[in-house]
Write a protein that binds this ligand. Structure first.
Ligand code: GLY
Length: 392
């Protein structure tokens, strides 16, 4: 079923009462999880509904710390602040000792934990850790092709590629430039998004997940998927990373050409939503499919739309805001966890990775909670309830 702006208007919108109740519920879950997940972190995804306790590893632990910060901002309860600051110590240790950081996800990890700590409390440890993370990310910048290499050892031929997710790692570079006065971080970020959008955006406004760059010439070579259904399909979360990533770079750079990019990527996402407005994990699938959903993709997309509507003209801003209100109502209704006995997560029905003939994934976190789904859902609720100053 193809959606349009007009068809989406036929769905109920989230009103303040609905959003506030959802936020109260989310905060209740964060509070209940705190005893287990202060010294330890939740696993990237839940297993049969429940996160397990892990060390500070993988690309996903910052989302949990970010959720704690959002709970702190909402309640002003010092218990949340204390727990988040314990985790900032862990992030400082992680970057000082280079634990599981041979990849580009420094923004996901350190913006929501350490930049947040610095912005909310003036934490010097948070600032130090985040600046070290920005330096570490900057080492992945490849002048030949002007992009940040996503995975593997830098400069390795088999790994010479960018991925759309990286747009969310750029804000830590913009922030580092603001804090240090050194323009080079922001310049790398700006170069990266320019290269990335030249590569990943297709004519029909869908996006590639990953794109290889020719190591000899520095020119875009070819796109392949990692987590999508096909090399040429639109992985729902990838499309959502595009929406929010473009909005975040617009926030820092105010490059007017990003408005058109934002509309193209977002309109594709909206057009391909199924009947209940909760996207399947890849836009190859539509209403009636038995494939799993990825609620986290919708949560990310809503955050991107809510950021971008601040900069759009009144008419367009209103149109996208109305869509966001309806996507949020669908998420709250179909995916908001209200029962700690069924799950210790906040947003149900996410998919981390799903195997397919053309991707290289094995099933992981299928129809489960994941930490980024929880975080972006809370961020979207926060944005709807307040004039939120972002951690990004
Ligand atoms: N950034 C990895 C993912 O979205 O699964």
């Amino acid at each position: 079923m193809a959606q349009t702006f007009e068809s989406v208007m036929g769905y109920p919108a989230a009103d303040e009462k609905m959003v506030r109740e959802a936020m109260e519920e989310a905060v209740r879950i964060v509070r209940a999880d705190l005893p287990v997940f202060t010294e330890k972190f939740p696993s990237s995804n839940s297993f049969d509904g429940f996160y397990e306790a892990t060390e500070n590893v993988e690309w996903t632990t910052g989302f949990w710390t970010g959720a704690i910060w959002l709970a702190y901002e909402y309640t002003k309860d010092e218990a949340f602040k204390e727990a988040a600051l314990v985790q900032v110590d862990s992030f400082l240790d992680r970057i000082q000792n280079k634990i599981d950081v041979n990849h580009h996800d420094m923004g996901f990890l350190f913006s929501l934990s350490c930049v947040a700590a610095y912005k909310l409390t003036g934490s010097e440890k948070g600032k130090e850790a985040a600046l070290m993370a920005a330096d570490h990310l900057a080492e992945r910048y490849r002048e030949n092709g002007k992009f940040l290499q996503a995975w593997g050892n830098v400069g390795e031929a088999s790994e010479y590629r960018l991925i759309i997710d990286c747009l969310l790692n750029l804000p830590i570079l913009y922030w580092a430039s603001e804090v240090t006065g050194e323009k080079r971080y922001a310049q790398m970020a700006e170069n990266h998004i320019r290269t990335a959008m030249r590569c990943v955006l297709r004519e029909d406004d869908s996006t590639y997940h990953t794109y290889f760059i020719d190591m000899e010439t520095g020119e875009p070579a070819y796109g392949v998927t990692h987590q999508g259904n096909r090399n040429n399909s639109a992985w729902a979360r990838g499309q959502a990373w595009g929406i929010y990533g473009i909005a975040l770079s617009y926030h820092y750079l105010k490059d007017e050409s990003y408005i058109d990019l934002f509309c193209r990527v977002t309109d594709f996402f909206i057009r391909h939503l199924p009947e209940d407005l909760v996207p399947y994990w890849d836009f190859d699938f539509d209403t009636g499919s038995t494939e799993p959903r990825d609620s986290s993709a919708a949560a990310v997309a809503v955050c991107g739309i809510l950021e971008m509507v601040k900069y759009l003209d009144e008419e367009r801003g209103k149109k996208y805001r109305e869509v966001a209100d309806r996507l949020m109502a669908a998420l709250i209704t179909h995916c908001g966890n209200r029962d700690l006995k069924q799950s210790n997560g906040i947003l149900l029905h996410g998919t981390y990775a799903r195997d397919s003939k053309e991707n290289t994934c094995t099933n992981r976190g299928v129809d489960e909670c994941n930490t980024w789904g929880d975080y972006f859902y809370m961020e979207a609720l926060t944005r709807m309830l307040s004039d939120w100053k972002m951690y990004w």
